[in-house]
Every structure is written in C-alpha cells, then in structure tokens.
Design a protein around this ligand. Structure first.
Ligand code: F0G
Length: 345
C-alpha cells in the first residue's frame, strides 16, 4: 500500500503532504534455510530489490519527494553511485518534476544508468568519485534552489526506518543480528533508529546487534581510517567519506555490534551462493552481508542458532555485467535433437 499509507501515523506528514506512492516498501522477508543451516543460524533476507526502482532507496525517496513538493520544490538533485539516482529519477517522473543526477563517470552499474536515463533524469557524469559528486550536488542545491534528495535529506533516513518496522512485524521480534552493507552509512543509521522506535512503541523487547559490512577497498568505518580513493567491484558502496559516519558508529557501538570488511572475491562468492543456492539474485553490495556472515562463521565468531537478517539492498539485475563475468557461459548447440541430448547429458 506504499510507505506513506502503511506508516503515515509514524511519519512527519500532514494533510498538506502530497500522497506520493509507487507502492514501495512491504518487501518480502525470506528464510534461507540451505545457507542458514550451513552457517548454523536462522537466516532471513529482506529483499529490498523488490521495491519499484529495485532498491531500498525508494523507502526514503517517497517521503523526501513528498516533502520537497510540499515545500514548493521545482526540481530535484542528487549525487549517486546509481541506486539513489534511479530512485530519484523514478519519483521525479511519477510526480512530474525535473531531476538532475550526478554520477561518478564510468563507475555506475549498467542497469542503474539505464534507469536514470529512461525515467528521464538529466544525467551528469562527473570525472571524480561519489564523494566529490556529492559535494558538487550540495553546491548545486544551494546555488540553484534544487531539492537535495541524498540521505543528507533527513526525510530519507526517517522513512528508511520503515524497513526495520517491517522486519519486526514479520518476525514478531527483532533479529539477534542485523547485517547490512555500509556505504554512505545512511541505511544502517536508519535501521538502528527504526528498531529503537519500535522498542519504544512497545513492539519489541530486545534490540539487534548491528553488523555493518564494507568492501575492503572502501572501508573508512571498518578500518577507522579515511579512504580518499575507494575502490571495489561493489560500486554501490564505493564511498570513502560517509556522510552519516557518526550515527553509524554510534549505532554499532550502542548495539554491541561491529563493522567488518570483505574482499571483492568474497562478495562475488556470496552473490553466486545466494543466487544458486537460495534463488535470490542481489547486486554485489548487498551480497557483502552474506560474505560478512561467512567470514564471522569461519572465525568462529557467529553465535550458533542466532536469528540473523541480511538486508539485500538492491536487485541483481541492476548489474548484469558483474554477474555474467563470473558465470558459466551458455552451452551452444546447433538445432538438432541429437545435439540437445548431448548437451543435456
Ligand atoms: N546497498 C546498495 C545497493 C546501495 O545502493 C547503497 C548506497 C548501499 C547499500 C549503502 O547504503 O549509503 O545508506 O550506507 N547507495 C547510494 C547511492 C550511495 O547513491 O545509490 P548507505
């Protein structure tokens, strides 16, 4: 029914707020027994790739765009590693306002670029990384009066809390471990705030440990060191200077959780594992979560029997190049039944 309708009571909206709705949210929470059994845990995956633009960004974008319209905004701007731009472009098209998106040139997965273009955003490829594109987008927002819809926009984070509320409603409690990929660090901050809200409303007794996973080549929070030149195959989280670093660090500390890193190889292995052994195709950044759990299990640091939720933040179809590069090639045959029989053997 859309996030604003399902959770309107708990969100800062009024009669004057436009009822923007692309039926985002209410995504599946799926139990992954084959992989979970192997790790010795009860494993659940929140399929955020099932949102209308294929990522979790829609949960926050719907409120950010509704409030921008309420405040009289005439156009939107964002910087993005791909998913924020796809989401902003989709909502801008839906409500009929222009949208400018700044992308790190050559570092955005194909599907995400296709989305921003086909939704009709003005796409600007910046010769710099995401962190630089974000600085430029902020300047443009101030100079031109454009509504900024990155997660520096507080409505994004507020509305992304709905993901935590849905998990608590589905499980009837919070998980023991909440495992989430960390880039600009907005989503981990939003989920933690969401769990705390749900507890203060009396909906759950205990809070989860927050486990934030970063790619080894883009891990300023996990290493505690700045990362001026982030690099990873998981382009969604190729970020060296997270805007929400402070709130993310306190989320992990307050919850008794941890940050950890995984290599690109571990991410790709986890992607294949999720697709071929659970039937779930998520983009590389999302798969960092499972890679993180596998790493903890190997180090004997994964509490056996724990209930863990991994947030699969984006759909695998967004980055077909990465999937095809590591997959087997199709078996080629002519057009005879004999050849087919041979191929089947
Ligand atoms: N997973 C995916 C698929 C993402 O697209 C992002 C961020 C993250 C995880 C990390 O979330 O930034 O809240 O810590 N993507 C942003 C973008 C930066 O521009 O699409 P975060």
């Amino acid at each position: 029914m859309g996030v604003l309708k399902r959770y309107g009571t708990y969100l800062p909206i009024s009669e004057k707020t436009p009822k923007v709705n692309l039926e985002e949210g209410s995504t599946p929470l799926v139990r992954l027994d084959r992989i979970g059994d192997e790790l010795g845990i009860e494993l659940w995956a929140k399929l955020e790739g099932c949102n209308p633009s294929g990522s979790f960004k829609d949960r926050g974008m719907v409120l950010a765009v509704a409030k921008a319209l309420e405040d009289g905004a005439k156009a939107l701007v964002c910087a993005s590693t791909g998913n924020t731009s796809a989401s902003a472009a989709a909502y801008a098209a839906h409500v009929g306002v222009p949208c400018y998106v700044l992308l790190p040139s050559g570092k955005v997965a194909l599907g995400k670029l296709a989305q921003a273009l086909i939704y009709g955003a003005r796409v600007i490829a910046v010769d710099g990384n995401f962190d630089r594109a974000l600085e430029l987008a902020r300047q443009a927002s101030e100079a031109k009066g454009l509504a900024m819809v990155n997660s520096v926009n507080p409505y994004r984070i507020i509305s992304q809390k709905t993901g935590a509320w849905e998990i608590c409603e589905s499980l009837g409690r919070a998980p023991d471990l909440h495992v989430i990929p960390v880039g600009n660090a907005g989503n981990i901050s939003a989920y933690w705030a969401g769990y705390k809200d749900f507890k203060s409303r009396g909906g759950i007794k205990d809070l989860p440990k927050m486990i934030g996973i970063q790619a080894e080549g883009a891990a300023p929070l996990a290493t505690g060191k700045p990362c001026p030149n982030p690099e990873t195959i998981a382009t969604a989280i190729r970020i060296g200077n997270p805007v929400s670093a402070k709130t993310a660090i306190s989320a992990v500390a307050e919850s008794g959780g941890l940050f950890d890193t995984v290599t690109d190889d571990e991410i790709l292995k986890a992607q294949k594992n999720l697709a071929s052994r659970a039937g779930v195709f998520a983009e590389p950044a999302s798969c960092a979560t499972l890679a993180g759990l596998v790493k903890l299990a190997q180090a004997k640091k994964l509490p056996q029997g724990a209930k863990a939720v991994i947030v699969l933040t984006g759909n695998g179809l967004k980055d077909p190049d990465t999937a095809i590069a590591q997959a087997e090639t199709p078996v080629k045959i002519g057009d005879t039944f004999e050849e087919l029989l041979e191929a089947l053997s």
